[in-house]
Design a protein around this ligand. Structure first.
Ligand SMILES: Cc1ncc(COP(=O)(O)O)c(C=O)c1O
Length: 427
């Protein structure tokens, strides 16, 4: 079908509309390559990517460390299955246990699969505790606005009804707690609960950080009965927030955490990492995967972690992320349509006052060759590669300023103001 350099955008759109399950509303762009923080379309036009494939391409595009790891490992060994040893899993598991503060790793392929494994671990752990005489049930407490993936357990613990209801009945035994509502958490927690499920900073739900009080209470309640505190770090983890994991901003340790997205820099790889206590519940044959933790993905993940460290990208994410939020606050002081700025490191959101404006801003940014997205209807979400620089942030801010000036009403008093970094947010 493809001729010469390949099908062009319009041909591909027509072919996909006949041949693919119609699950995605794609933007009308055909990307063919990338370099650094830029993607390149079929016509050679460069786009500034502030979304990094939804939080995946932490080192951007064409990073020599990733290219070298892929080249070397693909020549040596791509797949073995988990029936045999290879060199990568133990080395990567050591890097993950050292950075999470937890003890043991299970490798999967994707975020949802890592999360499914964590849910199964919680049920198995509660079963083990019951066999030891403890009174503990099988229920999960998840949070409103949560997102944990699309497979049956993950979707059951994902709050948005439109993701769950077409597939009902999903996994039973899940109750949703109001976000950051400590009283609701206390009211719904009991010894029926086998695990409390949170994202340290909700991603798809709109870049919403847990409050210190709520997170602390979740930790204390889980510890009081032997239930597990499971923290989904699939979007916030692996350095995006300026620390390896979002929960490290709160000074507490979960029993289980899940990682995926940027773990292997664009090669699919997920994992859950857990305490020795939780790991007691799993023995040979209870859980597994054909592809998870394969030699290629592990080699690349080791290179990604090594590069984040060598290039000082945690500190860089904190610094550039702080600059990004400051610049967005300046904009918010001038544009009433921006009602909140939040986030940590390079996980940043600007909440707008309408869903229509959200859609329009994303489309207008794309016209200006800048990739972002809008989540939770009204929240502009920025998940740039960790290598993004201040000058790229400046480019995005200028474009946002133009778009908001053109398309959103600007109050006269605000327009006349002088604007300072870190200024007040209007809402
Ligand atoms: C917090 C969180 N958990 C889980 C997932 C699911 O990951 P995947 O799409 O790799 O299955 C996502 C994906 O966006 C996520 O953001």
């Amino acid at each position: 079908m493809a001729e010469e350099a390949g099908l062009k955008l319009e041909q591909i759109r027509a072919a996909e509309s006949r041949l693919l399950l119609q699950t995605y509303e794609r933007n009308p762009v055909l990307f063919v390559s990338g370099q650094g923080v830029h993607l390149v379309d079929e016509n050679g036009t460069k786009y500034l990517d502030l979304l990094s494939g939804i939080g995946v391409n932490a080192l951007g595009y064409g990073h020599p460390a990733i290219e070298a790891a892929i080249a070397k490992q693909s020549r040596a060994l791509i797949h073995t299955s988990n029936l045999f040893y290879h060199e990568g899993q133990a080395e990567l598991a050591l890097l993950l246990t050292e950075r999470t503060g937890l003890d043991r790793v299970f490798f999967a392929n994707t975020g949802t699969e890592a999360w499914e494994g964590a849910l199964k671990l919680a049920r198995a752990h509660a079963g083990l505790l019951r066999s030891e005489g403890k009174d503990i049930g099988t229920k999960f407490l998840a949070l409103e606005h949560s997102f944990h993936g699309r497979t049956f357990g993950s979707v059951a613990t994902t709050h948005k009804a439109k993701y769950r209801e077409p597939f009902a009945p999903v996994m039973p035994g899940v109750e949703f707690v109001r976000f950051n509502d400590v009283a609701d958490l206390r009211a719904k927690f009991s010894n029926e609960v086998c695990a409390i499920l949170v994202e340290s900073i909700q991603g798809e739900g709109g870049i919403r950080p847990l409050s210190q009080e709520f997170f602390g209470e979740a930790r204390a309640l889980a510890s009081s009965t032997g239930a597990l505190l499971i923290v989904d770090e699939i979007q916030a983890g692996m350095g995006r927030t300026g620390k390896w994991f979002g929960y490290q901003h709160y000074g507490l340790l979960p029993d289980v955490t899940t990682v995926a997205k940027p773990l292997a820099g664009g090669i699919p790889l997920g994992a859950f990492v857990c305490t020795e206590e939780a790991a007691r519940a799993i023995h040979a044959g209870m859980h597994g995967t054909t592809f998870g933790g394969g030699p290629l993905a592990c080699a690349v993940a080791i290179a990604v972690i090594d590069t984040i460290e060598k290039e000082g990208l945690l500190a860089h994410a904190t610094e550039v992320g702080g600059y990004f939020q400051d610049r967005l606050r300046e904009l918010a002081a001038r544009h009433e349509a921006i009602v909140d700025i939040r986030g940590k490191g390079l996980m940043v959101a600007a909440e707008l006052d309408s869903a229509e404006l959200g859609k329009l801003v994303v489309a207008e940014m794309l016209k200006r060759r800048i990739v972002i997205n809008c989540t939770s209807d009204t929240v502009l979400r920025f998940l740039p590669p960790y290598i993004v620089k201040r000058e790229h942030i400046d480019t995005a801010i200028r474009a946002l300023d133009e778009i908001l000036t053109e398309h959103a009403a600007m109050p006269q008093a605000a327009a006349a103001q002088t604007h300072t970094a870190g200024g007040p947010i209007r809402g």
